[in-house]
Design a protein around this ligand. Structure first.
Ligand SMILES: NC(=O)c1ccc[n+]([C@@H]2O[C@H](COP(=O)([O-])OP(=O)(O)OC[C@H]3O[C@@H](n4cnc5c(N)ncnc54)[C@H](O)[C@@H]3O)[C@@H](O)[C@H]2O)c1
Length: 389
């Protein structure tokens, strides 16, 4: 395998949420090393984070532009190879573009950017750069999400007729929640979150999961979005009907005001010969219901021989020793490390991976735009294809 892949990070300072998860995930399989970072909008906090992580002082940077220009001056066997972007949404576009222009691959958290137009601009930059761009849609990286995709892809459920996906959260259910954490305050601010609140934040995860499971694209949407909690400028709850490219139909609900809920993302896919159900709060089991047969519960585990080999390879423990969110994130990092190695050595990428690409980012933000537009127009149907180009 050779030397570790070198990673730089933007965001993820003291008190941040997802940056620390990314770092644990990147480290889990020993293939990636964090060597540089600009961790915070607050220079002192960023320095403290870098010091606690044991980085060389000269590689803890005060701005991401400084990081990119200084790292680009280092020898090619020493400089960062890719940048993990874990800032609030408004910085995804400028940070990703600056990283690509400096010659670094990008692995960004979702959404790809804060509006559809920005995401299309980013797509052009990715294409121009010839570099790798990945999105961390975590839930597609659980082993059983990959198994579900394989079962559907082989046609075991027959034609897909209906999909129901729901992502209820409860952490923004009350007015007082809006300013209770920095995570909440930027998510409800249009200047930092973007054109949508809940649908961009977690509706995009649900959208991605539908497309990942079914291997199809959501092509039309009809939606009803609302802001339930007083005076929020962006949606905090919504529901949509959608159509898939091959004729199936579905419903997607996403809400951050469902009191008591954590991260209850769940999905059912119904085909003519069978159905399956998966939920991220119990990610190590997948229900499979085939016509005329008892319900089967597939379990995740490196020793589960009935799982596809590529799925077992995404498990690190035998069944019954549960893996979770960090390990799912680590699957994305392991896939991305392989993509970087293949890119470096001009080799074809062989694995069926779970890293979202820029086109998935565009389709997700097109879905958000279509849902917003539909909701403003008495929930009329909106076709998404015109937004993709
Ligand atoms: N994939 C997932 O499951 C998942 C889960 C949570 C969040 N996210 C995404 O991750 C991103 C971050 O979310 P979060 O909840 O961790 O936010 P957060 O507010 O906890 O952390 C953001 C971090 O970015 C830093 N930052 C802001 N401006 C910066 C700058 N100019 N330079 C360097 N650092 C800067 C902040 O100081 C902070 O440390 C969001 O885009 C969110 O949508 C994804």
């Amino acid at each position: 395998m050779g030397k570790k892949i070198r990673m730089g990070m933007v965001g993820g300072g003291e008190g941040a949420f997802i940056g620390a998860i990314h770092r644990m995930a990147a480290a889990l399989d020993g293939e990636i090393e964090l060597v540089a970072g600009c961790f915070s909008s607050n220079a002192d906090r960023g320095r403290t984070t870098g010091e606690k992580l044991g980085l060389a002082p000269e590689r803890i940077y005060q701005s991401y532009n400084q990081m990119f220009s200084e790292e680009a001056k280092r020898s090619c066997g020493d400089r960062v190879e890719f940048i993990a972007v874990v800032t609030p949404n408004d910085l995804h576009l400028p940070v990703s573009i600056a990283a690509l222009r400096a010659g670094f691959h990008v692995l960004s958290d979702k959404p790809a950017a804060s509006t559809l137009e920005e995401t299309l601009e980013l797509k052009k930059e990715v294409q121009l750069s010839g570099l790798l761009y990945g999105l961390t849609h975590t839930y597609a990286a659980y082993p059983l999400a990959m198994q579900a995709r394989a079962i559907i892809g082989r046609g075991e459920l027959g034609q897909i007729r209906r999909v129901t996906v729901a992502y209820p959260q409860g952490w923004l259910a009350l007015a007082g929640d809006s300013n209770s954490s920095k995570q909440a305050s930027w998510r409800i601010d249009p200047a930092r979150s973007g054109e949508s609140g809940c649908f961009a934040d977690i509706g995009t995860h649900a959208h991605h999961l539908v497309e990942f499971f079914t291997g199809q694209t959501i092509s039309e949407v009809c939606a009803d979005l609302q802001s339930v909690v007083d005076e929020r400028a962006l949606d905090d709850d919504g529901a949509a009907l959608f159509k898939l490219t091959e004729g199936g139909r579905g419903t997607l609900t996403a809400s951050q005001v469902c009191g008591g809920e954590g991260n209850n993302l769940n999905i059912s896919v119904y085909g003519e010969r069978g159905s399956l159900f998966w939920e991220q709060e119990s990610p190590n089991q997948l229900q499979l219901k085939r016509r005329g047969q008892p319900v089967a519960i597939l379990r995740a585990g490196a020793d589960c021989e009935y799982l596809d080999e590529k799925v077992r390879a995404r498990c690190r423990t035998p069944q019954g020793h549960p893996e979770g969110y960090i390990e799912a994130f680590a699957n994305i990092y392991r896939d991305f490390a392989q993509m970087v190695r293949c890119h470096r050595d001009s080799l074809p990428l062989e694995c069926d991976h779970s890293v979202g690409d820029i086109n998935a980012g565009v389709r997700a933000m097109a879905f958000v735009r279509g849902a917003l537009e539909s909701s403003r127009n008495q929930s009329s149907w909106v076709s998404l294809a015109p937004y993709w180009e």
